[in-house]
Write a new protein. Sequence first.
Length: 346
Amino acid sequence: MPARSRIVEEIAAAGGWISFARYMQLALHEPGLGYYASGARKFGPGGDFVTAPELGSLFGRTLARELRAFDRVLEVGAGSGALADVLTRELQCEYWVLETSAELRARQQQRLGNRVRHLERLPERFPGAVIANEVVDAIPVHVVHWTARGIFERGVNAQLGWADRPATGELLAAAARIDVPAPYVSEIGLAARAWMRTLTQTIESGAIFVIDYGFPAREYYHPQRASGTLMCHYQHRAHADPFARPGEEDITAHVDFSALADAATEAGAQILGYTTQAQFLVNCGITDVLGQANVENALHYAPLAAEAQRLLSPAEMGELFKVLAVGTVGCPPLSGFASGDRRASL
């Protein structure tokens, strides 16, 4: 059964309407049908989008310089295994992977072998570093429509189109705290907040690194961003129609880093740093890693220089992507936030 048919069946069973968060869950993560649960290639030049680890080894080798202070690393949502492939070669530590997609887990096991330990669920307690690179943007979000008549939740009808209902409960409470000019449409990531609280409570000692594209709340809900941040990716083309190919393409929303930081502090963590990906990588010594290449060998150096350009350029990943670190008291100092720390903006 294709994902579209499965979704239409659920909408009918629910009386003709489901939340967009439920739609996104089905379209992306439904076992055997969702985008991340299917066999199609997703990452890299032959897929639908490229993540930082897919560009080459520079991102992972630079991140490794920050992670050397930790004896154990847990990567949540390891994708193709590209980041784990680099980090397990650079680090002398235990490397654990939590992957909910059976299809991606099989690919990771084929690529990484016994270099990693796969987990079925989060451990009750974890001492070490947790990495979530481009994970939170795929956690289902609720869509909210602020109007002159009140606050509505924007859901999905049987024709796979938008349909509004009055917002209620936790979503209404969260939306009421956001001051935006009506009419205004945007996303609220209740599941991402719960995910961060759970992850924070798991950390016995150490730090959680969330690396993703997004903004602090004051930029996320800026008056000029009145159509939200939902984006779909298909064969390296981006568009804004989440109903075009359910189960066949990626659906994402930018990350509200303020909401994640608040959820972490509510769960007892400290904010250890927040900055752009470019600043974080520079602080961690990406120029030193790049300098280790033989600049006289153009065949070796040119691809690394091109990779650095994409990772650092404000027009590419450098400014839009952010790094948020939260952790416990006594966590080793983090060099990635030595300068340019923007936590005051959260």
